[in-house]
Design a protein around this ligand. Structure first.
Ligand SMILES: C[S@@+](CC[C@H](N)C(=O)[O-])C[C@H]1O[C@@H](n2cnc3c(N)ncnc32)[C@H](O)[C@@H]1O
Length: 217
């Protein structure tokens, strides 16, 4: 899908967008990575990168890190974001839990976005779900006090589990209504048919969504 309203840079910054984990020191020093001390937001499971592309365009004064383990999607996201010269985004090819554990410093993140995480409906695959206690422990470690975690899913059964996991976690409290808003300030004019690629696809199919927002205590 083309987005004629988004600026396309002449420079190809795909190589700037990609963060090679084998070339950096762990944990990441985001100040060095971005060359500034602006707040950092993290998206887990970026897919083709639409959310980060819109968010980074709308909020140039904030930094965004995206993690994605499917190389095909990651390359699409890097190409899209790099083409637009968005210097405030870095994308990493990694499994989310491993990335958090090894590369993300304590209290270094001001918001986490997880949109349409794979529901893994088969019982034997539930351990692969992103919203599970082990991942929550890492998120709690890397999120600073007041940071918000937003999750959206179309999947009813997974939504029930997400509700349970989030509400049972004493390190987080329910965020105010406005934090349920997954459009970041300034994104309205850019959104078009949806905030993420899966949102667009699922809206077309007439599915409804469950939205969650919690805040790190
Ligand atoms: C259903 S897609 C949603 C993509 C995007 N957020 C959207 O809404 O369009 C889920 C994405 O999360 C990625 N993913 C799932 N589990 C992951 C993990 N443990 N680490 C990194 N990426 C993961 C998948 O490869 C996939 O691209």
């Amino acid at each position: 899908m083309t987005l004629p309203d988004l600026p396309v840079s002449d420079r190809c910054t795909a190589e700037l967008t990609r963060l090679h984990l084998d070339e950096v020191q762990a944990p990441l020093d985001f100040g060095r990575v971005f060359g500034n001390d602006r707040d950092v937001e993290l998206e887990v499971g970026v897919g083709k990168g639409r959310f980060l592309m819109l968010a980074a365009t709308a909020m140039p004064d904030r930094n965004f890190v995206g993690v994605e383990y499917a190389r095909r999607y990651l390359e699409r996201a890097i190409a899209r974001i790099g083409k637009r010269g968005l210097a405030n985004v870095r994308l990493v090819h990694a499994e989310a839990l491993a990335f958090l554990e090894r590369f993300v410093a304590e209290k270094s993140v001001r918001a986490v976005h997880i949109y349409f995480p794979d529901p893994w409906p088969k019982k034997r695959h539930h351990k692969r779900r992103l919203i599970r206690p082990a991942v929550m422990t890492e998120l709690a470690r890397v999120m600073r006090s007041g940071a918000s975690l937003r999750v959206v899913t179309d999947h009813d059964d997974y939504a029930a589990v997400i509700r349970e996991v989030l509400s049972a976690d004493g390190r987080f409290c329910t965020a105010s209504e406005d934090r349920l808003e997954w459009k970041l300030p300034g994104m309205d004019r850019l959104i078009g048919p949806g905030v993420t690629n899966f949102e667009i696809k699922y809206r077309r199919e007439g599915r409804s969504f469950h939205r969650f927002a919690v805040q790190r205590i």
